[in-house]
Design a protein around this ligand. Structure first.
Ligand SMILES: NC(=O)CC[C@H](N)C(=O)O
Length: 382
């Protein structure tokens, strides 16, 4: 069994928790956020959207199924720190290759266990997400607090460039290629291009800093923007590229950060939620069909768009298509032309469902339908 040493967690408002080391020893900082999924810790840890965040797991047992080679959503763990109640003493799964603690240690991720994660979560829910420090080297809370207060806040953080691919790459279509899509990698998860590839889409994944010329060079049938870390208010480059693409009537689909950037491209603002949505059972309503989906979320920001009326934009009519039933937060947007045809859409949640329920998988089919409609339009010369 791993030997443990004392560890300290200090929030920026001074609230302190003492626990034991879990994973690498050292000191780390980030935004403290809680994730409520009972499963899927590997997907959470490797989701690039968690860059610079210290994730608190509300599920009390973490690590039970170890670490496998199939579930990572990127090439590494991205969370800047990890907080759990009771780590599994033994990993048990036919897919497990190694223990979670071993993996955290190997990747240099500092964590803390034996923390009352329910008390910590209630604190964050009441006071809002805030900066935190976790340390196995510091024993004085006041000293750690000073460093927490010196660490950068999430508000205003420009992070997509840190996690994006440096070079373009292609995820080939499975079976016959039906469409080609340019996908801007703002922190893309492995499952997303795979869900497109399964539907005959060849996905050209491009760096976050790509220009409209880089996008057009792919000769795409459509444009996709991924999830990603940081404050959407900083994503001016991707917003501009998207506006240029919409001017050219390129069909658009966006997920999470891609929803926020779409919102901004259409003229809406974004804002920081008090403590965000992170989990795999969030109820979202499709405002057209009335249907409720149970969905996976990981977002701390949201789009500020009116729920009660459409908004005219230079690219067509924008509407809020989905809302979260817990708090009425905007969870999806659509853009339609004067003839009522769909031009682009996005969701704040995760239809790629890694981890999470598959209720929203239909959105990838909707993207295929949009690409098909645009191809037909091109052929008809309209
Ligand atoms: N998963 C995401 O794309 C998150 C988007 C953004 N960083 C937020 O926290 O809201």
């Amino acid at each position: 069994m791993t030997t443990r040493s004392p560890a300290l967690l200090v929030l920026e408002d001074g609230r302190t928790f003492r626990g034991e080391s879990y994973g690498a020893r050292g000191e780390t900082f980030g935004e403290a956020v809680f994730a409520t999924g009972m499963t899927g810790y590997q997907e959470t840890l490797t989701d690039p959207s968690y860059h610079k965040q210290v994730v608190v797991q509300t599920a009390p047992h973490i690590g039970n199924t170890g670490v496998n080679d199939d579930d990572p959503e990127s090439g590494r763990i991205w969370v800047s720190g990890y907080v759990v109640r009771d780590p599994a003493r033994r990993a048990s799964s036919w897919r497990s290759r190694r223990g979670l603690e071993e993996e955290l240690e190997a990747q240099g991720v500092v964590g803390i266990c034996e923390v009352d994660t329910r008390a910590l979560t209630r604190h964050l829910r009441e006071r809002g997400a805030m900066r935190v420090g976790v340390s196995t080297t510091e024993t004085d809370p006041q000293a750690l607090l000073r460093r927490v207060l010196d660490s950068p806040p999430m508000h205003g953080a420009d992070l997509a460039g840190d996690v994006s691919t440096s070079a373009a790459y292609v995820v080939p279509a499975q079976g016959q290629r039906r469409f080609r899509v340019a996908a801007l990698d703002l922190g893309i998860k492995t499952m997303t291009p795979r869900r497109m590839a399964e539907r005959g889409i060849e996905v050209h994944v491009l760096p976050a800093s790509s220009t409209i010329d880089d996008v057009l060079a792919v000769e795409p049938d459509g444009l996709f923007y991924s999830n990603g870390p940081g404050d959407p208010e900083t994503a001016d480059g991707p917003v501009r590229v998207l506006q240029q693409a919409l001017e050219r009537r390129l069909p658009y689909f966006g997920i999470c950060f891609g929803n926020q950037v779409f919102g901004r491209a259409l003229g809406f603002g974004t804002y920081k939620l008090d403590y965000g949505h992170r989990g795999i059972n969030q109820p979202v309503q499709d405002r057209v069909t009335g249907k409720v989906e149970v969905t996976a979320h990981n977002h701390g920001f949201a789009v500020d768009a009116p729920l009660d009326r459409p908004t005219g934009t230079p690219y067509g009519r924008a509407e809020v298509s989905h809302v979260c039933l817990n708090d009425d937060v905007v969870e999806g947007l659509t853009l339609t032309g004067d003839d009522g045809s769909l031009r682009g859409f996005s969701v704040q949640y995760h239809p790629e469902a890694a981890a999470g329920p598959h209720d929203a998988a239909y959105l990838f089919d909707r993207f295929v339908a949009l690409l098909k409609q645009a191809q037909r339009g091109d052929r008809d010369g309209s």
